[in-house]
Design a protein around this ligand. Structure first.
Ligand SMILES: Nc1ncnc2c1ncn2[C@@H]1O[C@H](COP(=O)(O)OP(=O)(O)OP(=O)(O)O)[C@@H](O)[C@H]1O
Ligand SMILES: [Mg+2]
Length: 766
């Protein structure tokens, strides 16, 4: 029996149609990637094609290494000569050889976002442009979007016409490119742009690569952008042996310029293309598939396809509503423990979420439940740069004994304190057997420091000032004040991509949630900074990363693309989180449809069992939000789901109510309408989607529905004056019965309205 016997008829057609353009358009889990790997094997082993002539492109490094593994498995000899690569690494290889043909040196530098920022900053200065209106980050996003579409500065200028903002960006773009060229540098997007340019200017090079890559395959084709599409079309221009596989329903990178038209219009670009549809799904159970099919059916403008499987119905899709994110995390952890008792392995389970910050509560409960886990495509919450920075500040304020922590933040944000200065302070500390921080306090006495001593002063003074505040402020306030004073969020803006910045801001907010929860949960003890750091250390320092491969995988749904797991947990299924707040309030149908595709990607990762969950209360920026169950859950028919939760959940009764729009949305002020719509998702990602109004309140607070004394023996009622340990005096504005506890809303004299859980709040009637 050959390996091809395991394929179904359509898959075989995909494998055996080696000549000419082929588009394989098929839903999740239908064996697209499998067709590509078998096709490579078939070309080499049955058609006698030299492995050297084969190029397979995938989207991420992870996907490339998985494909490489799969190819190695099915191809017996010569697999290593097949180029299995991402777009970017392929381009680097080509440019390192031939970029001199378009006037760069082959030892060019690849600029990271820090480098890009400083070039834009200088360009803005040089051109005398107002740096307040034209922010580096937004300008860079605009430049990047242009490059994704292969638009040069000239193209941008022409498109701008009399639009001042756009033509100004075009001027910056022009200057930016000039400087990059002088520095013999390329940015990430240039890797594609310059390869296209190279092919279009040098026929010899083009022909060399066209002959070399006689057979080209592209996986996850739906996520290619215009520049990448052009690159592939040019390369395949001579032999036209291009096979692309993709799923329009899984296009989830529009915010990075992915152009869904590449897939929808493939047949126009490559006339005579063989189009193959795969409809049998080999991955999931019928119930899971039906859930996915029903959700995605709500998107309009898609190529109709329905997946089926003969894997059997399997279990129903589980859906549980929990009280809050902790209960949810605990529920997930307990389910995993139960699964392992039943004979499953940890690595059969994956926990998926919409935003990275959600991993924090999950990690906490996994650690407590002794479940080994690994965050894939990201770092553990407490290992993240911004979290480490803030904790290092807190440790320094607390006692300064942790020299590593002090050194970590002494120059964050930049204070012009260099390594030499730090070494001199350390030497002084070593000589006297004192801590680094104590040595800092005596900076004046360290003669070797010379004038650098003065640079240390503001830092020491600032830490001392923070120490003085510890007693009088709540921890939350201390951290908020500190972030504000050191302008930490602005410091973050300087250097990362908009998506990275948005993720970091979410992580900071999540740390603040942790602080607030800690303060509220401190039973009789007063919450203290040391207490908080101790509690965090328990989670942060326990090394639950299992070096062997038996661990639960945690990742965002974006990172899960192309992967599969027997048991999948999709957490945070709430309107405002998933679909994201911005996709709802922007009333942009495309944005919502992209979220829905993401949901489809998530659901279809599951092979055997799918657990969906939501939390009724989620803390955002230290405040409690009441979220509605995700509209995507409501799109799954009842009969496919096993619903549980402490509160009864009735989808039919709950009407989808649009959340109120945010009062202020930070949007790049200079953007023309055309540009802002092209970059809509950059804005939505960058604007850190911080709702000023709360998302979808379940119920309004009302004053007369509860007879409190009778029900729970609360010592206060609506209208009473109460005292809170941190917020001080306030008046009870409303009390609502929650599933687990009363939700009390109080108008504090100093802090305004806060919503608190009665059990945590420990309000005292005065
Ligand atoms: N003909 C087949 N017989 C048995 N198993 C198959 C067959 N085709 C695919 N599979 C299995 O089904 C699963 C899904 O296949 P694959 O990952 O190739 O799908 P895909 O279409 O690339 O999915 P995605 O859209 O999520 O990337 C894999 O475990 C694969 O080995
Ligand atoms: Mg695949």
């Amino acid at each position: 029996m050959s390996i091809y016997d395991t394929l179904n008829e359509q898959q075989k057609q995909g494998v055996f149609t080696t000549e000419g353009p082929v588009l394989i358009l098929a839903g999740a889990g239908s064996g697209k990637t499998r067709v590509l790997t078998h096709r490579i094997a078939y070309l080499i082993e049955e058609q006698g094609v030299n492995p050297w002539n084969i190029l397979a492109i995938t989207f991420t490094n992870k996907a490339a290494s998985e494909m490489r593994e799969r190819v190695d498995k099915v191809v017996s000899m010569g697999a290593e000569h097949v180029w299995v690569s991402t777009f970017h690494s392929m381009c680097v290889r080509i440019l390192r050889r031939y970029i001199d043909r378009i006037g760069y040196d082959t030892n060019f530098t690849i600029y990271d976002s820090d480098d890009q920022k400083s070039i834009v900053r200088e360009a803005i200065k040089k051109l005398n442009i107002d740096s307040k209106t034209f922010k580096e980050r937004a300008v860079l996003s605009a430049i990047s979007a242009a490059k994704d579409n292969l638009e040069s500065p000239q193209d941008m200028r022409e498109a701008a016409g009399s639009d001042y903002n756009l033509s100004t960006i075009a001027r910056i773009y022009d200057e930016y490119q000039r400087v990059l060229k002088i520095n013999n540098a390329l940015d990430f997007d240039d890797l594609i742009v310059k390869t296209v340019e190279l092919f279009l200017t040098d026929d010899d090079v083009l022909e060399y690569y066209q002959d070399r890559f006689r057979y080209i395959m592209v996986d996850e084709y739906q996520d290619t952008n215009t520049a990448q599409f052009r690159l592939v079309s040019i390369l395949a221009g001579k032999y036209k042996n291009l096979c692309v596989v993709g799923d329009d329903d899984q296009s989830i990178y529009k915010f990075r310029g992915a152009n869904i038209h590449n897939i929808l219009n493939f047949e126009d670009a490559f006339p005579g293309a063989t189009v193959i549809k795969l409809e049998q799904n080999y991955r999931s159970t019928q119930n899971i598939l039906n859930a996915a099919n029903n959700v995605i059916a709500n998107n309009i403008g898609r190529k109709q396809k329905t997946l089926w499987t003969d894997n059997g119905d399997g279990e129903k899709v589980h859906f549980t509503t929990y009280d809050d994110a902790y209960a949810e995390s605990y529920g997930v952890a307990s389910t995993i423990s139960a699964k392992v008792t039943d004979g499953w392995n940890y690595n059969d389970c994956a926990i998926l979420y919409r935003t990275n910050a959600q991993s924090r509560a999950l990690e906490e409960k996994l650690v407590q439940s002794n479940i080994p886990y690994k965050i894939y495509g990201g770092v553990n919450f407490y290992q993240r740069k911004e979290i480490k920075d803030i904790l290092a500040y807190l440790k320094t304020i607390d006692n300064g004994k942790d020299s590593q922590a002090v050194k970590r933040i002494i120059n964050v944000p930049k204070r012009g304190i260099g390594a030499t200065t730090i070494n001199k302070v350390q030497e002084y500390a070593d000589e006297r057997g004192i801590s680094f921080f104590d040595a800092l306090m005596r900076a004046d006495e360290i003669t070797t420091l010379g004038r650098s001593a003065s640079k240390l002063k503001p830092f020491i003074t600032y830490i001392c000032a923070l120490r003085a505040k510890v007693q009088s402020l709540s921890l939350e306030q201390l951290v908020e004040d500190m972030l504000e004073e050191i302008r930490y969020r602005e410091y973050l803006l300087d250097g990362d991509t908009p998506e990275e910045v948005a993720a970091r801001e979410e992580n900071i907010d999540e740390l603040i949630n942790k602080i607030v929860t800690y303060e509220e949960e401190c039973e009789d003890d007063k919450p203290t900074l040391s207490g908080f750091l101790e509690e965090v250390a328990l989670v942060a320092d326990i090394d639950n990363l299992d070096e062997n491969s038996n661990h639960v995988m945690l990742m965002t749904i974006h990172s899960a693309k192309g992967l599969e797991f027997p048991i999948v947990f999709m957490t945070g299924m709430e309107d405002g989180l998933f679909p994201s707040y911005m996709s709802i309030v922007s009333e942009d149908r495309d944005a919502l449809e992209e979220e829905r595709r993401l949901c489809y990607v998530g659901i279809t990762r599951a092979k055997k069992e799918l657990y969906l969950s939501s939390a009724r209360i989620r803390m955002v920026r230290g405040e409690t939000q009441y979220n509605k169950v995700s509209r995507f859950i409501k799109e799954i028919p009842d009969e496919l789901m096993a619903v549980s939760g402490e509160t009864s959940f009735d989808k039919r009764k709950e009407k989808a109510e649009e959340p109120k729009p945010a009062h202020s949305r930070r949007a790049a002020s200079f953007m023309s309408t055309a540009y802002s719509s092209a970059m809509g998702s950059y804005i939505s990602n960058a604007s850190n989607a911080k709702p000023n109004t709360k998302v979808g309140f379940g119920r309004e607070f009302s004053s007369d529905i509860f007879d409190l004394e009778k029900k729970k023996g609360l010592s206060y009622g609506v209208g009473d004056r109460v005292l809170h340990a941190r917020f001080g005096m306030g008046t009870v504005a409303g009390i609502v019965e929650g599933a687990r506890d009363y939700e009390v809303s109080v108008d504090f004299d100093e802090f305004g309205r806060k919503k608190l859980l009665a059990g945590f709040a420990k309000l005292k009637k005065s």
